[in-house]
Design a protein. Structure first.
Length: 342
């Protein structure tokens, strides 16, 4: 009997120790999660953003509080184009800019004081031609028609590729340049017959034209990228702020992949794209890969050939890509922690 009692006491003691251990582990895990989730306050950072689906990770990071989780006080300042966002950075109105590759190409023709930190969005079908259905049945009908786009942008480059694909040259059409935000209204008012534009403006143009809109697209014709860039001195002076911004964007990437419906609603509320939009040809991913070099080199050669710049040689673009910050984050385990905002 005594042995039996001793055995019960021993078992009870072991179970008690195990319970304490589990409770302690749970408490430590929760403490660690809180430490990961809300970091000590850091820098105040202003980011220039653009109303395009390729900028979606920035919108998600703001809406879901991922910048705050990283201890950052982030303000988004919206620009109509990546070119304007870069100009805002150059005039020190913002600290970081999100820009399409074309605007980066043109800026690197004239200055070498900034670097690409990461690509945050790519698409093989972001840009399309929207035309008036009463004047067009097929892309070849663009000949001798008035087409508007935003000069020196990805939209402009896509128009060049689209015309070439369908056996036309720039001289075969009447091209005019307008601000990106003005393109849908110019088409609706009859100022032009077609526009070369991006997803958010396509939605606006179709809404304005109603049943009189036709959209011509060429998937895989142009791989567009949107990239996070910063002054080189900002990267050197505030490496922790750069790391935290990238960390927040990586959380946004994970959130988009795991909470697609909620993420799509966030994006729609920011830029007005249809919530039912197909994301099959859009990749929201924080990365740096060699295809970015191929893209910007092609665009630089096009700009030189069409005399959109007075430069005659392309720079070595490897000198303007800064992979160290992203590589440092990806080498650490457990950075993909993303939950819906309460």
């Amino acid at each position: 009997m005594r042995k039996h009692y001793t055995l019960l006491v021993w078992i009870g003691s072991v179970l008690g120790i195990l319970a304490l251990a589990v409770a302690g582990y749970s408490w430590l895990s929760q403490k660690q999660w809180r430490t990961e989730e809300i970091k000590a306050p850091g820098d105040t950072v202003t980011i220039g953003s653009v109303p395009t689906t390729l900028n979606s990770l920035v919108f998600i990071a703001e809406a879901q509080g991922f910048f705050s989780q990283e201890g950052l006080n982030v303000t988004l300042k919206q620009y109509a184009t990546g070119k304007q966002a870069l100009e805002g950075m150059f005039t020190k109105d913002i600290d970081l800019a999100v820009s399409g590759d074309m605007a980066i190409v043109f800026s690197l023709f004239t200055r070498q004081d900034f670097s690409i930190l990461a690509t945050i969005g790519t698409s093989n079908n972001e840009f399309k031609i929207v035309a008036r259905k009463d004047k067009f049945k097929e892309p070849q009908d663009l000949k001798d028609k008035r087409i508007a786009t935003a000069k020196g942008t990805q939209m402009n480059f896509f128009l060049h590729l689209f015309l070439t694909k369908h056996g036309l040259a720039e001289r075969d059409v009447e091209i005019s340049f307008k601000g990106a935000e003005a393109l849908p209204l110019a088409l609706a008012n009859g100022e032009v017959d077609a526009i070369s534009t991006r997803a958010s403006s396509i939605t606006s143009a179709k809404r304005l034209l109603s049943d009189n809109a036709v959209v011509f697209e060429e998937p895989e014709l142009f791989r567009a990228t949107f990239n996070l860039v910063a002054y080189k001195h900002f990267i050197q002076e505030k490496p922790e702020a750069v790391r935290r911004v990238l960390q927040a964007l990586l959380k946004a990437e994970r959130f988009f992949n795991t909470h697609r419906e909620l993420a799509t609603r966030v994006i729609s509320s920011k830029i007005g794209v249809d919530e039912s939009s197909d994301w099959a040809e859009t990749e929201l991913k924080v990365s740096l890969d060699q295809s970015l070099l191929f893209t910007i080199e092609d665009q630089a050669r096009w700009a030189i050939k069409n005399k959109l710049t007075d430069k005659r040689q392309t720079p070595n673009y490897l000198d303007f890509i800064y992979p160290a910050a992203l590589e440092a984050i990806r080498s650490k385990p457990g950075f993909y922690l993303a939950r819906p905002a309460p």
